[in-house]
Design a protein around this ligand. Structure first.
Ligand SMILES: O=C(O)CCC(=O)C(=O)O
Length: 300
């Protein structure tokens, strides 16, 4: 957020006042300042979705859609490429993780240039159509990363149940690059409708921070959780703003996932790249190649 937006946000939080109405004001103000682009994206959604088989793939009730290796054409190739990227860097176990020792991106902007298939996949029609339908507009591609979670015994930060705060809704796509079993710390979500019910019951409000497992299990059980386990190529598309989630409780095996993220435009966090640190997802992309493709150029 910009400094004034953040200042007010921080003040409201310190006074324990609700922050969500302020986020709606920030969002409304940004839409007004970018009105032509916002309207073009809203109207553009209709053309993108004409006859699309991806309408409803991400459920507007539960906030997610699951993928297997055959769901999106090109998944097997992109998985094999991600495996090669890691091998070329010396293998999974040799990677020293920056930022979070249990969940870090190892992909660089150079890699995106060297392996254009990665962005081609993340910007492929099925992904853009499913995301456009869920977000209700031609979305903005915000981030991509190839994430390693080494075996660990911590339960902190994004290993605890939380909601993301990038926007009022967003889509993150997780693709397992190696088989992910329960012990490899799969992304684990509580569907959006159940998450909403939980926050009501707990009296949790936006900005209140992470939620303890014990609080979740007061009202829901393990059976209510969806885990992105499965063979290489499996995964899902999920609204991590509205689905409570955690990941990387990798107790018995490492995890490797390709993750990329779409938001609406304009989103609430607009300072792209300003706070970039090694290990975070990439926020800037080689866009030159897409300048003659109006849809992809708009998304980027
Ligand atoms: O998979 C993980 O380790 C956590 C991912 C997460 O919390 C996120 O991307 O928002």
């Amino acid at each position: 957020m910009h400094s004034l937006d953040l200042l007010v946000y921080g003040k409201l939080r310190s006074l324990r006042l609700p922050v969500k109405p302020w986020l709606y004001i920030v969002k409304g103000w940004r839409i007004m300042r970018n009105f032509a682009d916002w309207r073009r994206r809203r109207r553009g959604a209709e053309a993108v979705l004409a006859k699309s088989p991806w309408i409803g793939f991400i459920s507007k009730t539960t906030g997610y859609g699951l993928l297997n290796a055959d769901t999106i054409p090109g998944t097997a190739e992109v998985v094999a490429l991600c495996q090669k990227v890691v091998e070329d860097k010396g293998g999974l176990q040799s990677q020293q993780l920056a930022k979070k020792p249990f969940f870090s991106n190892i992909l660089t902007v150079k890699d995106l240039g060297r392996y254009p298939q990665l962005l081609d996949f993340a910007l492929s029609r099925p992904i853009i159509e499913a995301t456009t339908d869920y977000l209700g507009m031609v979305p903005q591609f915000r981030a991509i990363g190839l994430y390693i979670s080494h075996v660990n015994d911590s339960t902190q930060s994004s290993q605890l149940f939380h909601f993301d705060g990038d926007d009022l809704k967003q889509v993150k796509c997780f693709i397992n690059v190696l088989d992910v079993e329960e012990g490899a710390g799969p992304l684990t979500i509580l569907p959006a409708d159940k998450s909403r019910e939980l926050t009501k019951r707990l009296g949790w409000r936006w900005g209140d921070g992470r939620i303890a497992d014990g609080d979740v299990f007061k009202y829901f059980s393990e059976n209510d959780l969806i885990r992105f386990t499965g063979p290489a190529g499996a995964g899902g598309m999920v609204d991590t703003v509205n689905c409570l989630h955690y990941g990387s409780r990798a107790r018995t095996g490492s995890r490797l996932v390709l993750m990329f993220q779409y938001t609406t435009f304009p989103n609430i966090k607009m300072d792209k790249g300003k706070f970039y640190k090694k290990g975070m997802p990439l926020l800037d992309f080689p866009v030159e190649r897409f300048k003659d493709d109006p849809l992809k150029a708009a998304v980027l």
